[in-house]
Ligand binder design. Structure first.
Ligand code: NAP
Length: 212
């Protein structure tokens, strides 16, 4: 499947290109800078230039699925959070719809379904993610919304816990495992039109998803 990864040069995104290529997909990484081409090609993907703050419609041409793994990061203000995490994601959803691309996977976060309960400094981010998630859910696209807890750069273990609402949200999850879950859900019908939380755990990714 030809899959556009938005945020391909990110820490999750680069792992995701590798995981998708390993599964026989044709990942295309949307990047903002030609200096990033080599890293994506080395990971097994092709590249297309696109910026979420501009018109990036051409990046989706010919794709069968979109995975949104971009974000403005923790060091920008609320304005960028709204421009990228919220409006960028909403534009990507609308563009997929416009181009007849049926499958959309959103990398969201734990807490995006109840932003009012989050710490004050996280609220702009959590509300932005919620609005993007709700926008996706209101379309007729086949969605999966993945809500990981705190991300780490530890090597992936392939072991996770997953639930629509995890009782214990402490702990973290390696970015490599988040990428593996994103690659796993792409064609897994059990995850179609569902949202779920994921953290490190004891189950293989396919078992954890199968038990949702
Ligand atoms: P990351 O390394 O910061 O990657 C974010 C990617 O978004 C980068 O590739 C960046 O591009 C891209 N991006 C930013 N602005 C863009 C724009 N205007 N147009 C196109 N692309 C743009 O983030 P990560 O660690 O992989 O995490 C991915 C996401 O996971 C986060 O954004 C967050 O929503 C979610 N998440 C994070 C945590 C956590 O604990 N940190 C927990 C749960 C969920 P450049 O490479 O060009 O800068």
């Amino acid at each position: 499947m030809k899959v556009l990864v938005i945020g391909a040069n990110g820490q999750v995104g680069t792992h995701l290109i590798t995981k998708l290529a390993e599964r026989g997909h044709e990942p295309v990484g949307m990047i903002r800078d030609t200096d990033q081409v080599k890293a994506i090609e080395d990971a097994g993907g092709k590249t297309v230039l696109g910026d979420l703050e501009k018109d990036f419609s051409q990046a989706l041409y010919g794709c069968e699925a979109v995975i949104f793994a971009a974000g403005s990061g923790p060091h920008t203000g609320a304005d960028k959070t709204i421009m990228i995490d919220q409006e960028g994601a909403i534009k990507a959803v609308d563009e997929a719809k416009q181009q007849g691309i049926k499958r959309f996977v959103m990398l969201s976060t734990v807490g995006s379904d109840y932003p009012e309960k989050g710490p004050d400094e996280m609220k702009p981010y959590l509300y932005a993610k919620k609005r993007a998630d709700e926008h996706l859910k209101a379309t007729n696209l086949t969605y999966t919304i993945l809500r990981p807890g705190r991300l780490s750069n530890d090597p992936g273990t392939g072991k996770v816990r997953a639930s629509e609402t995890l009782e214990d949200k402490s702990g973290q999850i390696p970015r490599e495992d988040v990428a593996a879950v994103l690659a796993e859900v792409l064609e897994n019908e059990h995850t179609f039109n569902r949202s779920f939380e994921v953290l490190d755990g004891d189950h293989s990714i396919s078992d954890a998803i199968g038990q949702l």
